[in-house]
Design a protein around this ligand. Structure first.
Ligand code: GLA
Length: 397
């Protein structure tokens, strides 16, 4: 945080008054289930967006990112997109959402620093939205309620505001998702925002996207979470993602259910002849994933880690053959993971079409595993990869 504080001081000529750190996330199991009102398991990981803020007396916002040269400045009463600075759509989008909910806030300066690798599918965008929302809340305390805003929280003797309750965190997650859907223009689900807000150290976050309920279960301390980045940036993710989403929604309509959460493998098979082929294949992936998360939650609680790992491999296979959101590089990473005895399971994580794999590996062999996968990838493709052993951390604060 010191580096960010110094950066803030250099650019804004004062010290920041508050700061927030929001983690990225790894989708452990449950691919493309969130917008189908399904079940998903995620981990908040020790890659962060950090923001530092300080108030301004005018109704302007000025943003500096340690990684980009631009200075972004806009008036709170005239928030609009600037195609020249697309990353600023995230703070702008969430500020608009807060305004629409009746949150009152004034101007501020904001500095950002990210350690979340771009294009790896670890949800830097969600972390950015969450960090901005919480920074505004620290600067101009507010309480979100289902119908708008309630009595703002008081500051304690040190000037700190109590952290939001779980109920308010859910409302913040919804606001962040709405910012992405409505302002940024990405039709994503709520997984990423909930994960960044609800992380717990060494725990798996289990999300029921129909009930919007979150629970946690411990991740075995002998396991390491290794993320291997294929180096393929999922640039086409917008188009491909929305295409898969359309197939899922179309399948749900044909099955006459509100969302694929309400379909079963049996009802899907019974309706197969009526469904468009791609609708069927996409639905098969999603319904299978929801089932795998259900089974996986019970296996994790029972300590049956090997069996849990097999579900990760099955998930990847389903992505590869049914949902078609893998790519040769991701398939190679999973194939290499399979050949290492310390690896319990591996799959693509997040949207797909590039990005990273998540691997559950015996902790004492995590480094050997990373070397094994990197060497195999280099040998087969001539390219090197980045990989990380991720710590599983608390949510944004
Ligand atoms: C992306 C989206 C999420 C989710 C995953 C796939 O990360 O942002 O909402 O749909 O893909 O599970």
């Amino acid at each position: 945080m010191t580096e960010l504080r110094d950066f803030f001081g250099r650019h804004f000529g004062a010290s920041p008054t508050h700061s927030v750190r929001a983690p990225g996330r790894v989708e452990l199991l449950g691919n493309h289930t969130d917008y189908n009102q399904g079940l998903v398991m995620a981990l908040a990981v020790d890659k962060f967006i950090e923001v530092a803020v300080g108030p301004r007396q005018d109704r302007e916002v000025e943003i500096r990112d340690t990684a980009f040269p631009e200075r972004v400045r806009f008036a709170l009463d005239a928030i609009a997109k600037d195609p020249g600075v697309p990353w600023a759509d995230y703070p702008k989008g969430i500020l608009l959402q807060l305004q629409q909910r009746g949150v009152e806030f004034g101007g501020f300066n904001l500095a950002i620093k990210s350690s979340i690798p771009l294009g790896a599918g670890l949800s830097s965008s969600a972390a950015f939205l969450v960090a901005t929302a919480l920074a505004v809340r620290k600067l101009y305390p507010f309480t979100l309620t289902p119908s708008g805003v309630g009595t703002p929280p008081l500051r304690d003797a040190e000037g700190n505001v109590a952290a939001p309750s779980d109920a308010e965190r859910l409302l913040l997650a919804k606001a962040c998702q709405a910012a992405e859907n409505q302002f940024v223009g990405v039709n994503c689900g709520i997984l990423d925002h909930i994960s960044s807000l609800f992380g717990r150290a060494r725990q798996v976050i289990e999300i029921d996207c129909e009930k919007l309920a979150v629970s946690w279960s411990p991740l075995d301390g002998n396991l390491a979470v290794v993320v291997c980045h294929s180096g393929v940036k999922h640039a086409l993710v917008g188009g491909e993602y929305n295409d898969r989403r359309r197939h899922c929604e179309s399948a749900a309509r044909a099955l006459e259910v509100p969302a694929l959460r309400y379909a079963t493998l049996e009802s899907l098979e019974a309706a197969k002849s009526r469904l468009d082929r791609r609708d069927y294949e996409c639905a098969l992936h999603v319904v299978g994933e929801i089932e795998r998360v259900r089974t996986g939650a019970a296996l994790l609680r029972a300590g049956r880690l090997k069996d849990f790992g097999q579900l990760l491999f099955a998930s990847h296979e389903s992505s590869r053959t049914h949902f078609l959101n893998s790519c040769p590089e991701l398939d190679l990473l999973v194939a290499l993971a399979r050949t290492h005895t310390a690896c319990l399971g591996a799959r693509l994580t997040g949207g797909g079409f590039g990005g990273a794999t998540v691997n559950l590996v015996a902790r004492d062999q995590a480094e050997a595993f990373r070397e094994h996968v990197a060497a195999g990838f280099q040998q087969r493709t001539g390219r090197s990869i980045h990989s990380w052993v991720c710590g599983v951390v608390d949510g944004a604060e």
